[in-house]
Design a protein around this ligand. Structure first.
Ligand SMILES: *Cc1c(COP(=O)(O)O)cnc(C)c1O
Length: 368
């Protein structure tokens, strides 16, 4: 039996009636657009901020816009620099460039793949305005060290939580530790809509107000009043209604991911390098990422059994064609370079079955 990398269909079937009903309700109400009085979007914003224990949630169109809107609301733009990790999805650095600022890449920690906080200070210049730590694969970045540096140099911290819904440090959820948090609800994320969707969270009321205005064409909520030029970045009513059905299941799904991860680790820890979790941190296993020097063989062996794998990511951000003009050398980001040659992600999602984990692990164990 084939095993997909993620199985969105299995999750849909487990909630089919509720989801179908929620979509029908939005259609009956013609509540399609997430403007300031859409009750489905408002309900999601309240529920998600309650879940995170944070004051404000502003729904938006996707998890790239959320980063971009936060940067813009903080007044970050041309001539500014923003520190980002060398390993992430391109959205993290793209958002920085989109507002006219320059992403400055910093290498990652060898054990957790998140930005190496000990290397941040040497990358700070008089132009540095913010740091965007990414809680990559679902493991929180070292927020204590990052917030200390930010305090010392007067920098803003925007947490990219696109892969880390519900991840925690000492019981505090990510997204609530920095000045603002950015979430993606892309279908394959730990909390996923049925299309693009994103969210901004913060405890800063002024920042929240500005973010909301930017995403709504600069409107403060009144028709024909525009305080500024903004943009169109709204969450659809249908996406909000789907997320409202799914959010109450998130903790249970996260627990299942953790159980699966522990089971994989129990079988595989002596064979390949399995993911580590920093003491006091809660990893939410958006991805289960192994390291092995037999990566090609592993991908081929699982592929032969119709089991999907992925590499997140094969190329560190500084070496993407998009940043070719920056002229980086491999020795600038030695850890990211080494890791991207060894990492491989195997299927993990709440609906994965114990037998499937055994089957996948058995194949990995037998690789010569
Ligand atoms: C998915 C992702 C994003 C972007 O989210 P979209 O909703 O697809 O725009 C940003 N950062 C990281 C780390 C991601 O994984």
């Amino acid at each position: 039996m084939s095993i997909p990398f993620v199985d969105l269909k299995a999750q849909y079937l487990s909630l089919k009636e509720e989801i179908d009903g929620a979509i029908q309700n939005v259609i009956n109400d013609t509540a399609f657009i997430g403007n300031s009085n859409n009750k489905y979007v408002k309900a999601f914003e309240s529920a998600f901020s309650a879940y995170l224990e944070i004051d404000h949630c502003i729904a938006c169109a996707n998890g790239t816009d959320s980063l971009e809107i936060i940067l813009k609301a903080m007044g970050i733009g041309v001539d500014d620099e923003v520190i980002v990790p060398a390993l992430s999805w391109i959205a993290t650095s793209e958002a920085v460039s989109s507002v006219g600022a320059t992403p400055v890449f910093v290498d990652i920690e060898p054990d957790y793949y998140t930005i190496d906080a000990t290397l941040i200070t040497q990358s700070i210049t008089s132009k540095t305005k913010a740091i965007i730590p990414v809680h990559l694969y679902g493991h929180p970045a070292d927020m204590e060290a990052i917030m200390n540096i930010a305090g010392k140099y007067n920098l803003m911290v925007i947490e990219d939580c696109a892969q880390a819904h519900g991840a925690e440090i000492e019981g505090q959820k990510v997204g609530t530790i920095g000045h603002a948090g950015s979430f993606s609800f892309f279908p394959g994320k730990n909390l996923g809509a049925y299309g693009d969707a994103g969210g901004i969270v913060t405890n800063d009321a002024e920042l929240a107000k500005t973010c909301r205005m930017i995403g709504q064409h600069g409107q403060p909520g009144k028709k024909h009043v525009h305080y500024m030029e903004g943009r169109n970045s709204r969450m659809d009513g249908i996406q909000a209604a789907i997320l409202n059905v799914k959010l109450p299941h998130l903790e249970k799904w996260t627990n299942k991911r953790l159980v699966h991860a522990h089971y994989y680790t129990k079988i595989l820890a002596s064979i390949v390098k399995t993911p580590k979790t920093k003491p006091g941190y809660k990893h939410v296993f958006h991805l289960y990422v192994l390291e092995t020097d037999k990566r090609e063989k592993l991908i081929a062996a699982l592929g032969n059994a119709a089991i999907d794998t992925a590499i997140q990511y094969p190329t560190p951000l500084p070496f993407l064609d998009a940043y070719k003009n920056r002229g980086y050398k491999e020795t600038d980001f030695p850890v990211a370079i080494e890791k991207t040659r060894l990492i491989v992600s195997i299927p993990i999602y709440p609906e994965l079955k114990e037998e499937q984990i055994q089957q996948i692990s058995e194949i990995i164990k037998n690789i010569k």
